[in-house]
Design a protein around this ligand. Structure first.
Ligand SMILES: [Zn+2]
Ligand SMILES: [Zn+2]
Ligand SMILES: [Zn+2]
Length: 262
């Protein structure tokens, strides 16, 4: 599918990653590779371009594991550390070294990045080997390398995060509710990747059942739960899910069905 979009789950884990340091529960001690979850991130690819969603603290290892050597843009969801703190590793990934790498996000996110990681955004810097980044505030739908990227506003507890839709794929991590205007942007999905942290409720994340309820209202054909905690045992719990729903794991990849551009 030369013209299609693929999405690869680079990290399917919650903010601690799984195994959790110091934890000796069955999942953290499991040898099942699908229970070993790096911090949440994904890679969209089409037409030879690679667009990273978030720079997790595990970005370096994710690149080594999946043979990623360049990215052409970064879409950020929000400014929590588990989605941002691999930002320095972007220095070796810029696909066009003569230009700064464009990083996209909501205004608050771009402000946060450019103050917290100022050395990466300054045009003149004494720091030699550094990421050279250009922040771009997302106002609404944007076009990237011939594809339409639709930002999806999400509620993440008292804060907001952005999800992204490309064609009939949508990636919605870190959310506890989806406003009505965003629901309207999520019709006709083939693949929905969505936050499904754990079975118990959580103030800032959908639980597994809340995510499934929401996805079923949308009638998404395939639902992939991500940002998973160590409460989720892949083999044990996968079999309890409805047929169209699955747990994400690091390295899971899928592509859109339609080859037409949208
Ligand atoms: Zn997170
Ligand atoms: Zn554990
Ligand atoms: Zn978060």
């Amino acid at each position: 599918m030369a013209d299609g979009v693929t999405i690869k789950i680079l990290g399917s884990g919650t903010s601690t990653g799984v195994p959790v340091v110091g934890c000796s529960c069955d999942v953290c001690r499991s040898t099942e590779t699908r229970n070993q979850r790096s911090r949440c991130s994904a890679l969209l690819s089409w037409g030879g371009y690679h667009v990273l969603i978030d720079s997790s603290p595990d970005l370096r290892q994710q690149c080594l594991s999946h043979g990623i050597t360049q990215v052409d843009a970064v879409l950020y969801t929000h400014n929590h550390a588990d989605h941002v703190h691999g930002i320095d590793d972007l220095r070796v990934l810029n696909g066009s070294p003569d230009r700064p790498l464009a990083v996209y996000g909501a205004q608050q996110l771009i402000q946060h990045l450019s103050s917290s990681f100022r050395y990466a955004f300054e045009s003149q810097s004494k720091v030699g080997f550094r990421p050279r980044l250009k922040g771009v505030v997302i106002a609404d739908t944007l076009s990237l390398f011939g594809r339409k990227i639709v930002p999806i506003r999400l509620l993440h507890g008292d804060e907001t995060a952005l999800g992204y839709r490309v064609g009939d794929l949508a990636y919605l991590t870190d959310c506890s509710a989806v406003p009505e205007e965003s629901v309207a942007r999520l019709q006709g999905l083939r693949v929905l990747v969505i936050d499904g942290l754990r079975f118990r409720n959580h103030p800032t994340h959908f639980s597994v059942s809340q995510a499934i309820d929401f996805a079923q209202k949308l009638k998404a054909e395939r639902v992939v739960l991500t940002h998973l905690s160590h409460d989720v045992d892949y083999r044990l719990h996968q079999q309890l899910l409805p047929k169209s729903v699955e747990f994400a794991y690091d390295g899971l990849i899928f592509c859109n069905r339609r080859s037409s551009r949208s």
